[in-house]
Design a binder for this molecule. Structure first.
Ligand code: NI
Length: 255
């Protein structure tokens, strides 16, 4: 019924109770999830989860924060993993101007190379964009990302930015922040996103929705995101679950 399109269940925060966390998500009606591996450590642990659970899929890519650690051969490694039938996207990739770990030029180069790879392999991309809206849009455009499209994950931009992404064929995914009382912008954007481009996610263990804000997030809480999205769209939970799950299945090319 529910599809968490972005989660990190391999994170060390779940080392003590990973199986139970996954079981709780299933109890909440989560029938599918995409776990995102984004660097040398999390790509193998993501693949392991995808190989263990039939309802967990994998996205693999190099995160902008880790761009500086990408070495010769890593792009080929990602390309090889994309042949695996549980790998459904390249990501998360993009730009992050909040953390100061990788220089901008390095982030740009790693981002561009992975868009190129996605076009070559015809894989959708999952975009991480933190405080870099303008450059993300410019690079997506220059690298012709519209050929493959993908997902703007945990979208936090304006409607103007969302519209540019929609025009390039992207889906827009929302997480915990749409449940926050004072998060006006993501709520306004969600209402305007066409139903057939809307996705939901947790980004767990981060971005925990209300009323668990401040605690660890987990995939089962995607139900809280779905409830908030349903209320904003003025439809019931079942309908939002049906719409967002259908969109995710189509976008990731599952069955
Ligand atoms: Ni993430």
């Amino acid at each position: 019924m529910l599809f968490d399109t972005h989660t990190h269940l391999d994170a060390p925060q779940f080392d003590g109770d990973r199986e139970e966390t996954i079981a709780r998500a299933v109890q909440q009606g989560v029938t599918r999830m995409v776990n995102v591996g984004f660097n040398r450590e999390t790509i193998p642990s993501t693949m392991k989860l995808a190989e263990t659970y039939d309802f967990i899929y994998a996205a693999v890519g190099w995160h902008p924060v880790d761009a500086i650690t990408m070495k010769d051969g890593d792009l080929e490694w990602i390309a090889e993993l994309c042949k695996h039938d549980k790998v459904v996207a390249i990501g998360e990739i993009g730009l992050d101007y909040h953390w100061d770990t990788s220089p901008k030029e390095v982030q740009h180069e790693v981002f561009r190379r992975q868009i190129g790879l996605a076009r070559e392999l015809k894989m959708p991309i999952i975009i991480h964009n933190r405080e870099a809206h303008e450059d993300v849009i410019r690079i997506l455009r220059e690298e012709k990302a519209s050929e493959v499209g993908g997902i703007m994950h945990s979208f936090s931009g304006s409607w103007e930015t969302a519209k540019l992404c929609l025009d390039m064929g992207f889906h827009i995914s929302f997480g915990g922040p749409i449940t926050f009382k004072n998060a006006k912008q993501p709520k306004e954007v969600l209402v305007k996103v066409p139903d057939d481009r809307l996705l939901i996610e947790t980004d767990s263990p981060y971005l925990t929705p209300h009323p668990f804000r401040g605690k660890r997030n987990e995939s089962g809480y995607v139900r809280l995101v779905a409830e908030a999205a349903a209320e904003l769209k003025g439809i019931d939970l079942e309908e939002i679950a049906r719409i967002t799950t259908r969109n995710a299945l189509e976008r990731f090319g599952i069955r």
